[in-house]
Each structure stands twice: as structure tokens, then as C-alpha cells.
Design a protein around this ligand. Structure first.
Ligand code: PLP
Length: 459
């Protein structure tokens, strides 16, 4: 244990320095494909090695291959944060190695999950009686929701298999995880309808209604509609209330994908984001996206735990229990479950609702300021409404010019941005989500973009 103690102190210091000085490193990795594979031995060591040598290789070979997500200049995809209290909780969770298969295999794993997810329902203004469970990712959560929706509409699925004519609906802006979940569950991609969105990239409820009507006329069985609150490309928000009306009228399961934007509802002035979501059958949001909790931590809520149970519960004799505790294995695919609620609990308590709201509020405000600066430059145009922490913009010019501009920014090494495609046009995307990103960071990235646009693409 002496060695553990010594290395523990050393690595805590390393992590503290890493976090304090993250901004001084290049945000992007500096390797080519297979560099790391080729730098490490093809076969594992026969005999154990000293920590000193393992750590030296970590610094020399592994670290250059890390893209620094916990870096203030990470502005790609949905930037996020691993907050210090969560890092400590992960360390403790690894030490305990508690596995929440059943309530009794570690009651604290299950009960801390119940408590934290109830707190979050309250903070987000969602119905207090909803059932919640932590899964790894939104993709997995949505897959679970689709499986529940199927059992809801076709209860025979559990024993007889699914009917072949079930249909899933989402907008043409929905995350690929909806189609992927439908593929994995055997709906077939052809039975996923990508409903047209409007000029602000929101699902058109009238088009949804019309498509369902046509599918019914063709003898198909509409099953589930997935509405998105905060789409991945532009953070647009589907009209959940109008979609809920259609879903209720037609007897469809309504799943809401709020993977990114759901967290923002901890700020009262952003609660409108979840307007109508109280009528959903299930909802996913990722504390690992915008609530300062490290990957992985996705929350799936549902008003119908009994339907999840019908879809997933199967108890082998070895796991029979009579203690009356809540057994999370009855509600989903995973049997073993790590102690993810510990890091969530640490973060919720350390910052409090208001502390988290304040971080999100600041990020939304500084993103709006950046949008205004971009909009004021006639060489650029804003490509989508921006009311959260992502701004989509492009150089007025060809797709190729925009791709080259993005590449030039990222090649510089200081910042990492990503792109999307809207209506066939390549669009640059700046996503603010790391809690150490400041106004100066955004001033600097805009300075860089503006300079590159001036020198590489003179008018
Ligand atoms: C990021 C994202 C997902 C996927 O999240 P994972 O947790 O990585 O599976 C799903 N939906 C939306 C809207 C997202 O932004």
C-alpha cells in the first residue's frame, strides 16, 4: 500500500497541474493513425512492471494521443467538463468497485441514483413521479426507450417477437442514435421516417401528423416519435407540445432526446426548453454533456417503468431476491452497473443548482456575444438561430472555402472546432461547454478565424 499512497499523491498533483494548466497545451492530439499501436509492444508483459516505467510511457506515448476535452479551447461537438469533485468521486468509485446489479449487491449504488435523479427531476421541472436510471450514453438510453415503445404498442413483442410493420418518427435533424437504435432493434431503417423540419430546424408537427396518416393507410403500425430538445447540429428545439398532441391522439410513445440541452433547464429562465416534455413517455439527457459530470453518465427517465420492465426483466435463479429493494437490472440491458451516481451526487452537491445554472447562463451569454460579433462581420453569415451555447456560421463563399478555413483553424493547434452541413452547405460550429472557457477564449478564437479569413481568403 505504500507504493499506492506515494503514487496517489503524485498523481493527484499531476491532475491538479493538468487542470490548472490545460489551456497551455495544444487542444488536439499530435499523432497519426497507428502511432500509438506501433510504439507499444505487440505482446503484453510476462512479468509485472514498476509504476515508474508505466507512467513514463503514459507521458511519452499515450498523452500525445489524447485530445483534451477538458480544455478551455475545446469548442467542437458538444464541449463539456469533468469537474474536480467528479474526478475525486470517480477515484473513490474505482476503489469501492461496487456493482449495482441488484439492490443488495450495493444498496448505495441504487439509492444514490434514486436520490440524485429525483433532485434532477425537481430542478428540471419534470414530473416528480417519473422513474429514472443512469445508463452510459444517450444512444443506449434512446435504444431502451425504443424497446419500451415497441412493447407499449405491441405487448406480444416480449415473447413472440416484434410485428414487422412498426414505424418510428423523428425529424431530419434528429441524432443518428435514433436510426441506429431502430436498426439494432430490428425496426429496419426503412421504417424510420425523417420528418421535415422548418426554417429554424424544428420538426413540423403537421408533417408528422400527415406521415402517420399515410403510414396507417398503408397498413403500417406507428410506434414511437422521438422529439429533440437541442439538436446536435444547431441546438434547435422541436415543438414538443404540438408533437405530444399528435402522439397522444395517435397512441404513439413520445421519447424526448434532450441529451445536450436538458441540463440547461436547471436555470429557471431556460426551463422553457422542456416545455411540453412533462407529457413525454420517456426522456433522455446527459449530465456528461452539459452538467460538468465526466463521461459516462446519461439519464433515462420514463413515466412507465412497468413497460421498461416488460421489455427487459428476466431474472435467473442466481439473482432471485426477496428483500423488496429496487433492482435496476430489471429495467434495462446492463446487468453490472458502476457507481455513476457517486460523481453525479458530488457535482450536484458541490455546485448546487444555482452554481450549475450560473455556469450555463454565462456560457449562453458569451455565446450570444460571439454570435453578435460574427453577425456584424459582412464576410460571414449566421446559419441557424442561436439561443444556447452553440453558434453555427459560415464564410460567405464555397463549401470548400469553409472546409479549408476550419482546417486552418484546427491545424493551428490552439483551438478545436467542428463543422456540420445544413441544407447542403458546410457550416462551422463553435460549441461552448467547458467550464473554464472564458470570454477571452472566444475573443481569441474569433481573432484567429477573422485573421485566417483575411489572409487566406482575401476579398
Ligand atoms: C450527443 C447526442 C446524442 C448522443 O449522445 P451519446 O451519449 O454520445 O450517445 C444523442 N442525441 C443528441 C441530441 C446529442 O446531442
Amino acid at each position: 500500500m505504500e507504493e499506492f499512497r506515494e503514487w496517489g499523491h503524485r498523481l493527484v498533483d499531476w491532475v491538479a497541474d493538468y487542470l490548472q494548466n490545460a489551456g497551455e497545451r495544444p487542444v488536439l492530439h499530435s499523432v497519426r493513425p497507428n502511432d500509438i499501436v506501433n510504439a507499444l509492444p505487440a505482446r503484453g508483459p510476462e512479468q509485472g512492471e514498476p509504476m515508474e516505467r508505466i507512467w513514463a510511457d503514459f507521458e511519452k506515448i499515450v498523452l500525445p494521443g489524447v485530445t483534451h476535452w477538458n480544455h478551455p479551447n475545446f469548442l467542437a461537438y458538444f464541449a463539456n467538463t469533468s469537474a474536480p469533485p467528479a474526478i475525486l468521486a470517480e477515484f473513490v468509485a474505482a476503489a469501492l468497485n461496487a456493482n449495482g446489479i441488484l439492490w443488495k449487491t450495493s444498496p448505495a449504488v441504487t439509492e444514490l441514483e434514486v436520490v440524485t435523479l429525483r433532485w434532477l427531476l425537481d430542478w428540471l421541472g419534470l414530473p416528480a413521479e417519473w422513474f429514472g436510471m443512469i445508463l452510459d450514453t444517450a444512444s443506449t438510453s434512446t435504444l431502451h426507450a425504443l424497446a419500451a415503445a415497441r412493447v407499449h404498442v405491441a405487448p406480444e413483442t416480449r415473447d413472440a417477437g416484434a410485428p414487422p410493420n412498426l414505424v418510428v418518427y423523428c425529424s431530419d435533424q434528429a441524432h443518428s442514435s435514433v436510426e441506429k437504435g431502430a436498426m439494432a432493434l430490428g425496426f429496419g431503417r426503412r421504417q424510420v421516417r425523417l420528418i421535415a423540419s422548418d426554417e429554424a430546424f424544428r420538426m413540423r408537427a403537421d408533417a408528422l401528423q400527415e406521415t402517420i396518416r399515410r403510414d396507417r393507410a398503408a397498413g403500417l403500425l406507428p410506434c414511437c416519435v422521438v422529439a429533440t430538445v437541442g439538436t446536435t447540429s444547431t441546438t434547435s428545439v422541436d415543438p414538443v407540445r404540438a408533437i405530444a398532441e399528435v402522439a397522444e391522439r395517435e397512441g404513439l410513445w413520445l421519447h424526448v432526446d434532450a441529451a445536450y440541452a436538458g441540463s440547461a433547464a436547471v436555470a429557471p429562465e431556460l426551463r422553457w426548453l422542456l416545455d411540453g416534455c412533462e407529457r413525454a413517455d420517456s426522456l433522455v439527457f446527459n449530465p456528461h454533456k452539459w452538467l460538468m459530470v465526466p463521461v459516462d453518465c446519461s439519464v433515462l427517465y420514463s413515466r412507465h417503468p412497468e413497460t421498461l420492465q416488460r421489455a427487459f426483466s428476466l431474472v435467473p435463479p442466481i439473482l432471485n431476491t426477496t428483500d423488496g429493494g429496487l433492482n435496476m437490472m430489471d429495467y434495462g440491458v446492463p446487468l453490472g452497473r458502476r457507481f455513476r451516481s457517486l460523481k453525479l451526487w458530488f457535482v450536484l452537491r458541490y455546485y448546487g443548482r444555482e452554481g450549475l445554472a450560473q455556469v450555463i447562463r454565462e456560457q449562453v451569454a458569451m455565446t450570444a456575444e460571439l454570435r453578435d460579433r460574427i453577425a456584424a462581420d459582412s464576410r460571414f453569415e449566421i446559419c441557424a438561430p442561436c439561443n444556447l451555447s452553440v453558434v453555427c456560421f459560415r464564410l460567405r463563399g464555397t463549401n470548400e472555402a469553409n472546409s479549408r478555413l476550419l482546417e486552418a483553424v484546427n491545424r493551428g493547434g490552439r483551438f478545436f472546432l467542428s463543422q456540420t452541413v445544413l441544407g447542403g452547405r458546410v457550416v462551422l460550429r463553435i460549441a461552448v461547454g467547458n467550464m473554464w472557457t472564458k470570454r477571452e477564449t472566444l475573443d481569441a478564437v474569433w481573432g484567429e478565424i477573422e485573421r485566417l479569413a483575411r489572409t487566406a481568403f482575401p476579398e
